[in-house]
Design a protein around this ligand. Structure first.
Ligand code: NAD
Length: 495
């Protein structure tokens, strides 16, 4: 079992901390994948010094030259996709196909960011004065602190790291403890791609290192993905320091099914949306809102399909749903099963931990369905982040939208309908950063903006072109070639 150091300034550097933590396989808890330092403020300080030093050269390198390195990183990820995916499956339990998709999203992002280094357009606009040009362009901000959740160990950091680097910033990355081993691949990939030392730094740890990154005065951007409560603390602290902050937080995503929907398609969508990644995606479907006209027909097919979900170690290609990430999360899932029962919802499928045979080695749980869920219940309102689905029966389209919007989160949403007016109205009325029509709540593509409204974030959008609003400053330039003093707003134009 390997003992890891932090990666700072192009070298593996021992932490000043004596505390360590292990990353383990959630399907075989005895398997320790690595031991990592629980880093301190001093470790973050060292990373800041390296990132600051590297910023001078990196930020001045022509953007397309930076792009060449990022493209190479994307090619290396592509060549090593299967190998990295296997490690990811062992570390966080996500089934192999999804883990490969996770790496693919990073590959897509690398190529997209590399391409943007030849665009990253600014504006030119007429000046109000003669013989004067007015133009704008994007400039790097400085050091970006990247702090992420464990559930997309390559894709989510890549969403932040590649655009940050493309724009000329340097990066300090603190992965979630449960995804520490997978994070080390960024080091291997960037080293091989020829990224200069200090441009990318990796600091392991949990809250202490995370807090040190948020509080460090020389780290100018905080790009965070994680829970809403952690995000709020970070926003407060970073706000006091006037930092730029991007927050991608929790969700409680609804899938609506209307009477005109293709039911088989809607059933497949709900199974994938609710139980893909064992319900541990920020965009997982956690509320299924069914019109009463199709309720019984839908639920019959849905439960039959759910009963056939193959649960197990994600390395087995037959397995559709892997383990829960760790014991704490499993206990949280089971706690919500109890809460749902106490609140009067009807547990109609699953709800139990799986402990027999191969399941005894890890943290496995049945896919779980609650029916008769109402908007006042905690299982309706709170993010569980597990394979626990709440089903709500509604009488009309209007009620479906009202129920969908009756939570504090607003990340993803979906409607299954063949009625065009309903589809258009849902796009308009659903309070969510993302709406899918006739597709599940999961499935974002890297070249489009990603993020949520309400308590899911602070208005930032990672992914796509909008991510550059997080990682760049605007520089406005006036060039006066009139040869005289021209006063804006005061001088008037005369022929
Ligand atoms: P978490 O909030 O517990 O941890 C996220 C990261 O923050 C980890 O790296 C953690 O070590 C770090 N951290 C913890 N306390 C900190 C502090 N005080 N200061 C700075 N950093 C700190 O989240 P998690 O359990 O790893 O992930 C699950 C959550 O992430 C869910 O709520 C899920 O919806 C959300 N998520 C959101 C998105 C999105 O894009 N919106 C994507 C994936 C996951």
């Amino acid at each position: 079992m390997e003992v890891f150091k932090n990666y700072i300034g192009g070298k593996w550097v021992p932490s000043t901390s004596e505390r360590t933590f292990e990353s383990r396989n959630p399907a075989h808890w005895d398997e320790v994948l690595g031991v990592f330092p629980d880093s301190t403020e001093e470790d973050v300080q060292k990373a800041v010094e390296a990132a600051k030093e590297a910023f001078r050269q990196w930020s001045r390198m022509p953007a397309p030259k930076r792009g060449e390195i990022l493209r190479k990183a994307g090619e290396i990820l592509l060549a090593r996709k299967k190998e990295i995916a296997r490690v990811m499956t062992r570390e966080i339990g996500k089934v192999l196909k999804e883990a490969e998709g996770d790496v693919q999203e990073a590959i897509d992002t690398a190529f997209y960011a590399a391409g943007e280094t030849r665009r990253m357009f600014g504006y030119t606009t007429p000046s109000e004065l003669p013989n004067k040009y007015a133009l704008t362009f994007r400039t790097p901000v400085g050091i970006a602190g990247v702090i992420t959740a464990w559930n997309f160990p390559i894709a989510v950091p890549a969403w932040k790291i590649f655009p940050a680097l493309a724009a000329g910033n340097t990066v300090i990355f603190k992965p979630a403890p449960d995804a520490s081993l997978t994070a080390t691949y960024f080091v291997e990939v960037f080293e091989e791609a020829g990224l200069p030392p200090g441009v990318f730094n990796l600091v392991f740890g949990a809250g202490i290192a995370g807090k040190a990154i948020v509080e460090h005065p020389d780290i100018k951007i905080i790009a965070f993905t994680g829970g809403t409560e952690t995000g709020k603390k970070i926003y407060e602290s970073a706000g006091r320091r006037l930092k730029r902050v991007s927050l991608e937080l929790g969700g409680k995503n609804p899938q609506i099914v209307m009477p005109s929907a293709d039911l088989d398609l809607a059933v497949e969508g709900a199974v994938w949306g609710a139980y893909g990644t064992t319900g541990q995606r920020c965009t997982s479907t956690s509320r299924l809102i069914l019109h009463e006209a199709i309720y019984d027909a839908f639920m019959e097919r849905f439960k039959e399909r759910v009963s056939r979900i193959r649960i197990g170690d994600g390395l087995d290609p037959e397995v559709e749903m892997g383990p829960v990430i760790n014991k704490t999360q499993l206990e949280k899932d089971l706690m919500y099963v109890r809460i749902g029962q106490e609140e009067g919802a009807r547990l109609t499928y699953g709800g139990k931990q799986l402990t027999e045979g191969p399941y005894a080695e890890g943290w496995f749980m049945e896919p779980t369905i609650f029916e008769d869920v109402t908007p006042d219940m905690r299982i309706f309102k709170e993010e569980i982040f597990g394979p626990v689905l709440s089903v709500i029966r509604v009488k009309s389209f209007e009620e479906a939208i009202e129920v969908a919007n009756a939570v504090r989160y607003g990340l993803s949403s979906s409607i299954y309908t063949r009625d065009t007016v309903e589809a258009m109205r849902a796009v308009q009325e659903l309070e969510a950063g993302i709406t899918y029509v006739n597709a599940p709540t999961i499935g974002a593509e890297s070249h489009l903006p990603f993020g949520g409204v309400k308590d899911t974030g602070n208005g930032a959008r990672e992914g796509g072109w909008t991510v550059f609003d997080i990682f760049t400053e605007w520089k406005t330039v006036y060039i006066d070639f009139s040869g005289k003093l021209q006063k804006a707003q005061i001088d008037t134009w005369e022929e």
